[in-house]
Design a binder for this molecule. Sequence first.
Ligand code: FAD
Length: 438
Amino acid sequence: LTHHIAVIGGGPAGIEAALAAARAGVRVTLVAEEALGGRANWHSLLPSKVWLAAAAQHQLVPVDPPAVLERIRRTAVRWNTQQAEALQALRVTVLEGRAAFASAHALTVTGSDTQESQLLEADTIIIAGGSVPRFPPELRPDGKRVIAPRFAGKLTTLPTDAVVVGGGATGCEFVYLFNRLGVQVTWVVGPEGVLPGMAPAAGQSLAATLAGRGVDLRMGQVATGIERAEDAVSVVTAGGEQYRAALAFLAIGRRPDLSRLALAAAGLPDTGRLSVDEYLRTSVPTIYAVGDAAGAPMIANRALAQARIAARHASGATVAPFREDTVIHAVYSDPEVAQVGQLIGPGLRNVRIPFATGLKAHLADEAELATGFFELAYDGATMRVAGGLAYGAHAADALAPVAFAIQMGACVDDLAASYAAYPTISELAGLAARKAIG
Ligand SMILES: Cc1cc2nc3c(=O)[nH]c(=O)nc-3n(C[C@H](O)[C@H](O)[C@H](O)COP(=O)(O)OP(=O)(O)OC[C@H]3O[C@@H](n4cnc5c(N)ncnc54)[C@H](O)[C@@H]3O)c2cc1C
């Protein structure tokens, strides 16, 4: 254990990097300024997923916000304990505190409570400090009537109505959530539309479904300010519109959390973003950046994949480079929306089947039968699998075989020859492949 890797950040990316490096036989120190699990565990991903899980059962068990908050707390503590145990089992040293570069091979770690500093030297440093929300001065949450995703873990009551700003994955999930829980939602979405990072069919289908359920969708509107009254707020748009409700919910983007790292001391550019190569190395080859800290798209499965690659590469273990086209992007609304790889491009062919092609959809509700679809994209010349899009219950799970096929360089024939358990949502990839080869 001569090589020593220091990891900055105790979120999904930092923990995965530490575990992967320790498994590769390297000595690891993880520096975390908050409890293990990171923002994903305590402020964003996990609280939102507990709310969504509660909403899914809403017809059977009406949602009681304080009970949901208690469930968030219990789940986060349990997950935190499990992560701590996994790190401990691999003898990863966890240092509580905030890290900043002293040089390319040293960090100053300042204890959050004690404010005492210590120097931590390492051969390699992996930056996994995550991201923070980005708010223009005129659109700032106050935690009362203007909130952002991180306040979901503190929502003790539900408003009668809400204006949700933002058409990305988080905006979509909260619009679905509020609508499902009986909140009257006005949805302000900019000119880029709903789910701009995904194939147009994904955002259009979800927007149409949510509008059909009573969401007041205001497309092409740029929110420019918020006016506060005693018992309500109004979101003001560039076009002069005003949307009034008891609550405004802002889901308008995030940026890498790099500003406190003193990057210049390590010889890295202090420009608010880091460029990385396919092994997640920055311009200083002994410093890596992974997860949200390495930039968009900011999703946990991508963060985990990057973290493992960086850690193994830094440890001298064999590892394939990071491939953006194997990352599944998912929106956990109902219906769920998910995408992986490339759907459009030179030489690509697409085949689309309804969810109803498989028996599983017939066992779900009628809406599922009518609207769910699965699309497979492949190279018309080589027949290699290139991408997938799914819309319907468990869409993200349906794409797992497609992501794997892309990673393996598999062809449509390979997918066509594999029969998943019957009836399951996993069958859709094989069904689409068999249609593609005729
Ligand atoms: C509302 C919401 C819902 C989401 N839902 C999903 C989802 O369902 N699925 C999905 O895949 N993704 C989801 N995401 C995205 C996901 O949360 C992020 O991609 C993920 O958290 C990235 O992990 P990370 O480890 O890079 O960063 P983080 O989770 O942000 O963790 C980074 C940690 O590092 C710490 N840190 C920062 N700087 C320092 C420093 N200098 N010293 C010490 N510690 C430091 C931070 O305090 C933090 O604890 C969601 C995001 C939001 C906002």
